[in-house]
Design a protein around this ligand. Structure first.
Ligand code: COA
Length: 205
């Protein structure tokens, strides 16, 4: 537990025009361990996920991928049904989350209208990770989607992001799908789709 576990975290709903400021918090993380995903009986016996530490850790940065960084999102999609949350602590932006529902061209939404929202992005400043910022902003995104009638919150991550997998499980998400073939350009990465059933609690923002 960190020294300043009692630090206060303020969540602010911001317009999507704040994506440039949102991106100032890095999403990059160090891959120190991965989940190996094994099949039993060619899948009839299910998937088995086993954490394995890497001999040579490396840095993964989704923002460095062409067209994937926050500045591009509002150009790629109609963001009318998107919510943006910033987490502040002691006057400083320390994290945030972006959530979306019913957005044309956003395949993750499965064409399910308002029924399903996606947690499109969540990030905490590296030096502030592990202090409760992520769970606070996750709850804000969850409440926002629930207040708009969404029944499910979906999140995509990969087997190379073990901290995020543990984080989503801790937030009450369940692994809904494992796709070993989702990323032809990254054959060693496995897509993991997490789902949380929302209770429909009204949001404060
Ligand atoms: C994933 C991330 C958003 C979590 O935010 P956070 O502020 O570090 O998480 P919290 O401190 O709120 O952690 C909440 C719980 O998640 C779990 N958790 C968080 N980080 C973890 C880690 N590195 N290893 C294991 N469990 C972890 C813990 O169980 C923790 O439980 P607790 O409530 O008992 O302390 C943050 O680590 C991050 O920004 N990572 C890089 C960006 C990223 O990967 N985004 C997601 C892309 S899919």
């Amino acid at each position: 537990m960190p020294d300043d576990a009692r630090m206060s975290i303020e969540i602010v709903a911001e317009p999507l025009t704040a994506l440039a400021e949102y991106a100032r918090v890095p999403i990059a993380f160090e891959v120190e361990e991965v989940f190996d995903v094994a099949l039993r009986e060619r899948g009839l016996g299910g998937f088995v996920l086993a954490a394995r530490r890497l001999d040579a850790p490396y840095v993964k940065d989704y923002d460095a991928i062409e067209d994937e960084s926050p500045a591009h999102w509002a150009r790629r999609f109609d963001v009318s049904n998107w919510g943006l949350f910033a987490a502040h602590s002691e006057g400083r932006r320390v994290g945030g989350a972006v959530v979306a529902f019913d957005t044309a061209g956003l395949d993750m939404l499965e064409g399910r209208g308002r029924e399903l929202a996606v947690l499109w992005d969540i990030r905490v400043a590296p030096e502030m990770r592990g202090r409760g910022v992520g769970s606070t902003v996750f709850r804000a995104a969850e409440a926002w989607a629930g207040a708009r009638g969404c029944r499910w919150l979906k999140v995509e991550t990969q087997n190379v992001n073990v901290p995020a997998c543990r984080f989503y499980a801790r937030q009450g998400c369940e692994l809904g799908a494992v796709n070993r073939f989702a990323y032809p350009q990254l054959p060693h990465e496995v897509q993991l789709l997490w789902y949380k059933k929302l209770s429909g609690i009204a949001a404060t923002n």
